[in-house]
Design a protein around this ligand. Sequence first.
Ligand code: ADP
Ligand code: MG
Length: 688
Amino acid sequence: MAARKVRNDTNAAPSNTIAARLARAGLVSDWDFVLHLPLRYEDETRITPIADLIPGHESQVEAEVLSADVVYRGKRQLRVAVRDETGQLMLRFLNFYSSQIKQMAVGRRFRIFGLVRGGLAGAEMIHPRLRACDHDDPLSRSLTPVYPSPEGVPQSWLRKRIDRALRDVDIDDVLPAKMRERHRLDRLKDAVERLHRPPPDADSVSLQQRTDPAWRRLMFDELLAQQLALRAAREARADRRAPVLAVSGATEGSVSARLLAQLPFTLTAAQQRVWAEIERDLAQARPMHRLLQGDVGSGKTVIAALAAARAIESGYQAALMAPTEILAEQHFRKVAEWLAPLGVRIEWLAGRLTPAAKRIAQDATASGQAQLDVGTHALIQEAVAFARLGLAIVDEQHRFGVAQRLALRGGADGSAPHLLMLSATPIPRTLAMSYLADLDVSVIDELPPGRRPVVTKLISTRRREDVMQRIRADVAAGRQAYWVCPLIESSEVIEVAAATETFERIMEMLPDLRIGLLHGQLPSTTKASVMQRFQQCELDVLVATTVIEVGVDVPNATLMVIEHAERFGLAQLHQLRGRVGRGGEQSFCILMFEEPLSEPARERLKVIYQTNDGFEIARQDLTMRGPGEFLGARQSGIPLLRFADLQRDAQLVEQARAVATELLVENPDIAREHVQRWYAASNEFLTA
Ligand code: ADP
Ligand code: MG
């Protein structure tokens, strides 16, 4: 996001100055420094007699130099013996300057801070911090903070800069006293001072583990800023106009009514509920921003088609976008099957269209003749101007991140399309409540009737032949199989080579079967025809890379083999497994793994083996990977929480939400100021 760019903009200073390094870490304004909190603390408020030192503890002693010698123990090292009234201590330096040796004059007195180790010849410290001193030098009156520091920025520099910020900034409390008391929160000024400069009697363990009440206040403020910023985005949207998509009483002749009537199934209760939620939003004159979540196979596509039908029958256009061309094509085929017979004009926008064909599609879209455009996200956003876009549907939103969420908000006449995002990755509640607080969420929490849960098996690669047997048997019974090749993150070229090799090996092992190969580097026409042949049962086995991860829907495929399953993430495995179990037949997923398994890989496979429940899997995934990875936030520029932990601090999220609501109503100025403090330079985030 631009926010990052602002902070990254270093043309004001050479990129290696301290200021530039700090700016890259997001430290620019005084408030940035005030909110830059210590990782841990060192206790220099007391002197420990050498006789009382305990190995494994950090301590400060005051002692005078007995001797300083450079010795060779394989490498040069400086050994300084020091003593106080109670005993002796050895200091060892493996890297040192000759000027340092000179400082260690016999009899000179130092304050020495470091980690105590039990050496062969008594207590020692390696690379302690030393400061020359006199007997009566005052001791530090607070614990010494240790800050997370960008490379090349010394702690002492950071401490000074933060001291200045603490002095210069007016750390007044944005929260009215009664609110603070109600939620049992410390005053901000007290909390900030306690965290940066804890008094000697503070419990350094609870400070370090962030259980001290002062931390609670900072975490609360962070969550509050997040809530306020996202709510502000939501409110700003509420001020915008959007077309009212409603037919008077959804008459029998309307596209959506006819679509419903003509479906070979009836909607599940959950589908009916989410459709009602979406219908209500579309009928409003402000843009909908709704995330539709549902586990793989829960039937999100038909809801998307209904929404598109509603836009079309209201006289507007709709766009349906998917992250990959394969998925877009699947959607195109499905919605065309449903909507084309009802007279809807659908345009297909793919990379492989000839320029002339593309022009025709674009012209039809620009003139308003096209009623629905289906294609990849990139294509539709970049290359198409709509005459009257009423609804944009984005599949697998979690892969796009917020950046794209923002990008769709434009609209020349100031009006904005309604936005429906589909996600097969269930987002745990606390995460949705915090990071996605600017969205409304609908959940399809039920699968269509008659589905039989996929049976998952774990098989070592040594039993590859058993797997081949299994494929032969299934194909003989008229079924089809997927074979997914390992993910190779470092190189798509290697990945493709590996998939091609596997393809050839499987052709050798299963010479009587019809086998296809699908990967990202094939020309799109080839991809499309392979997919089509698999769909029409002209191929028995589809060897593929993860390009088939999302959305592919071939109900006759009942076997999914995943090679090197240990290399995949939880969400991916769940997605891949969701490609089978789409018809009435019992389906199987075989996870082939290579031994030995790492502990995290073992954990992941265990979760996938034990449950089919996408929500449970997402919960575990979030625990294992943390919110940043889970949301793909690092790539998309969502400001991550630095201090609060959504799982541990779930209750605090609820409180922050409540306070955000109150503040926005009663004190919008305070709300704005609070967000400014936390996201200083992130202006776009604030106004989006
Ligand atoms: P996903 O939510 O993973 O995108 P799809 O929309 O692809 O799921 O639906 C999976 C399959 O279930 C499709 O073949 C679809 O036609 C079918 N389906 C959807 N809704 C129902 C329903 N209510 N009853 C029976 N089958 C359904
Ligand atoms: Mg889908």
